[in-house]
Ligand binder design. Sequence first.
Ligand SMILES: *Cc1c(COP(=O)(O)O)cnc(C)c1O
Length: 470
Amino acid sequence: MKASRAPRTRHTTNTALRSLPAIEKLLESPELIPEITLYTRPLVIEATRHVLSELRDRIREGTAPRGEADLPVLIRTRLLLEWPGFMSGVINGTGIILHTNLGRAPLSQKALEAVSNLGGQYFNLEADLKSGGRGTRASELRRLLSRLTGAEDAIAVNNNAAAVLLVLVAMANGREAIVSRGELVQIGGGFRVPEIMEQSGVKLREIGTTNHTTRKDYARAINEHTAMILKIHQSNFVQNGFVGETSLSELSELAAEHNVPLIYDLGSGAVIDTAEFGLKPEPTVQQALRDGADLVCFSGDKLFGGPQAGIIAGKRKLIEPLLNHPLMRAVRLDKLSAIALEATAAVYLNRTATLDIPSWRMMSYDLSALRLRARAIMRKLKACDIKAEIKEGLSMVGGGTLPEQSLSTALVSLTPTGSAEACARSLRLSQPPLIARIENDHILIDMRTVFPEQDDAVAKVVQRAMNRKN
Ligand SMILES: *Cc1c(COP(=O)(O)O)cnc(C)c1O
């Protein structure tokens, strides 16, 4: 028996090995075209070699699964696990509108069109078309931002951290900046006010207490070494109970009395009123300037809804020295972001921000519309025996803005057959990846941050991921 079986096994093994396709053949298969586009040809070849060699080993050992292997799927899985960081679009089901890990604000169609139109050709980034000589970089961007915020002048740099750094170095190096103890904040990973001060060579003059800082505290701290009063928006946290801060207008009076500039790091950068969306009013850039801030610094990709950038708006006599500072060159805005920022500013001037800028659009969806979309997805899932229901929940604005503020939303809630973590992982490793929330062993997909045109993809991704596991 034994003797007769051995040659047969060897025969089957050889047939199985011979039936494996050649690499070149596999690479021609249309199923792998998207993989080659995303991962490049050499990386796909590497993954294919790996998959084939593993399969050969398993055939020889007799542990290969019966039937023909789905090679493109094996190759795709290998690529995904080996190179998970290749940038690809994901579906944001988290309900966090400005999700820092997912690139904060998605750009408006207007900004994208401007980038694709100008990015591939020469354009007047720094050329003065009137004189034919060198002009200021993105000069009309300055004027647009000024007009929009009501400031005398405005410039844009790499991000808001760079904006604050530039202002501190250029205006306060070797001298003191007065900051309330309640405003020595940390924003996300890495931006910590005391550390940025240290890096700028500015002496931090802490005043008041964690929960209370009065006008008197500020007044007492002003001396001949004072370079500025720096007010920082608490951005990502809220203080409750016995708290008190000195308002911007009070500070503005005090600063004027002592002839000290008042700088406001606003962070979030709303130029329209968040109260219109049922949220707590976030201080707007315009209001901060009206209240008397000499300079306001804010991010381009938080509530402003544009590209990564830091904008400094305010008094011309304070902005002009920044332009000529040696650090300016190191923190300047790159050309693609300048194009996108100019187009985003134009959207605000045209007063179409709530239509054109995705993050504002997402904030304005009402619950009934979200519920309808969730219901349509749920029906599709139920049709393939996936346990899904609609729940109500809360979306967040995110990006270190409006903490504790939320918008009512509709959620598609899934009951995974296995662990919720495993199901969430499987959704993340889908194509396109779907990022969801986990709550009480359920998977929640928040419709507010899913673009409506992605609804079909949500249903498909969930079907594939959940049926694979079942
Ligand atoms: C977000 C934020 C920053 C950092 O801005 P980036 O654009 O992320 O560099 C600085 N200060 C405040 C108050 C912020 O909210």
